[in-house]
Write a protein of this length. Structure first.
Length: 278
C-alpha cells in the first residue's frame, strides 16, 4: 500500500476541513463523518499524488478554484431518484396544478408557471417536474419554466446531459417514459435520455444556498428537499428566509421527508407534512 493510501486524517486536519466546508457550502460534518471525509478525499489525494490531507488542504485554500470545487463535489451525496417522495407529485397533479388551471381560467393568474428546484443534484427532480407540468399543461398555451440549481458542478454536468442508466427509469410512470424519454436509437444502449420537449423548459445553473442572496425572481413553487437537514439550525433558518423571498404569494414550498419548517418560519402554513403554502 502506498503512502497516500495509508495516510490518516489527523484531528487538526479534520477540524480545518469541517470549518471550511460548513462556511462555504453549509454542510456540517459531525465527528462521526470523519471516516467518510477521509475516504472521499483520499481518492482525490491518490489521483493527485499528494501524500497528506494537510498538503491537500493547503492546495485548495491557496487559490486553486477548480480543485476547491472538486473537493466540494466529493462531499455532496447527490442521492436522488425520479418522482422521489411520490406524495409531493400527487399533490401537484391532483390539487396544485388544477388550482393553477382554474385560477387562469377565471382570470386570476397568467398562464405562466415558474418552479425552482434548488439542490437539484443529478437532475431527476427537475426532469420529473418537467414531465408532470408538460403532461398537465403542455400544449394549452402555458408558459412553463423550471430553474434547477446545485452547488456541485459535477452534478450539474450530469443534469445537463440528461442521461441515466435504464435502471433509473423504473420510477417513471410508463406514459411519461413513452412520451418524454428516449430509449433505443437516440439513447445509448442501457440508458434512458430526456427528450427535447422536456429539456426545452429546463434551465440549469450553479448556486450555493449559503450565499447571501439569490439572483432570481418569484416562483410558483420552490423545491428544496433533503438538503436543509445537513445545515445547522441557524443556517437552515437563514436559507429558508432567503428562499421564501422568491416564493410568490400563494406559492408552494416543498422540503424533504425528514425536514420541517415548523419552528423555522411562521410565514407559511402547512398543506400536508413537508409541503407549505405562502
Amino acid at each position: 500500500m502506498n503512502a497516500v493510501a495509508a495516510a490518516a486524517l489527523s484531528d487538526s486536519e479534520f477540524s480545518k476541513f469541517q470549518r471550511v466546508i460548513e462556511q462555504e457550502i453549509g454542510i456540517h460534518l459531525s465527528d462521526a463523518k470523519r471516516s467518510l471525509l477521509q475516504s472521499r478525499l483520499g481518492r482525490r489525494l491518490r489521483q493527485l499524488g499528494i501524500e497528506s490531507y494537510g498538503d491537500y488542504f493547503d492546495l485548495v485554500m491557496k487559490g486553486d478554484a477548480q480543485e476547491r470545487s472538486l473537493m466540494f463535489d466529493a462531499i455532496c451525496t447527490n442521492e436522488t431518484s425520479f418522482f422521489r417522495e411520490a406524495p409531493h407529485f400527487e399533490l401537484l397533479r391532483s390539487q396544485i396544478v388544477p388550482r393553477w388551471r382554474s385560477d387562469a381560467a377565471a382570470g386570476l393568474r397568467a398562464k405562466r408557471i415558474r418552479i425552482w428546484s434548488a439542490a437539484c443534484s443529478t437532475g431527476e427532480e427537475p426532469y420529473s417536474l418537467a414531465m408532470l407540468l408538460l403532461d398537465e399543461l403542455g400544449g394549452a398555451g402555458w408558459d412553463l419554466a423550471i430553474d434547477a440549481t446545485d452547488v456541485s458542478t459535477r452534478a450539474l454536468e450530469h443534469s445537463r446531459r440528461g442521461v441515466w442508466p435504464s435502471s433509473k427509469a423504473s420510477s417513471i410512470p410508463e406514459s411519461y417514459l413513452r412520451r418524454y424519454m428516449l430509449r433505443g436509437t437516440r439513447a445509448r444502449s442501457g440508458t434512458v435520455q430526456a427528450g427535447d420537449q422536456v429539456r426545452s423548459i429546463l434551465r440549469f445553473g450553479r448556486l450555493n444556498l449559503v450565499q447571501d442572496s439569490y439572483p432570481f425572481g418569484e416562483y410558483d413553487a420552490v423545491f428544496c428537499r433533503n438538503v436543509l437537514i445537513y445545515f445547522t439550525a441557524a443556517l437552515r433558518t437563514a436559507v429558508v428566509q432567503r428562499l421564501l423571498r422568491h416564493l410568490a404569494g400563494g406559492g408552494y414550498f416543498f422540503v424533504g421527508h425528514a425536514e420541517t419548517l415548523v419552528g423555522v418560519t411562521e410565514s407559511v402554513r402547512t398543506v400536508i407534512p413537508t409541503v407549505y403554502v405562502r
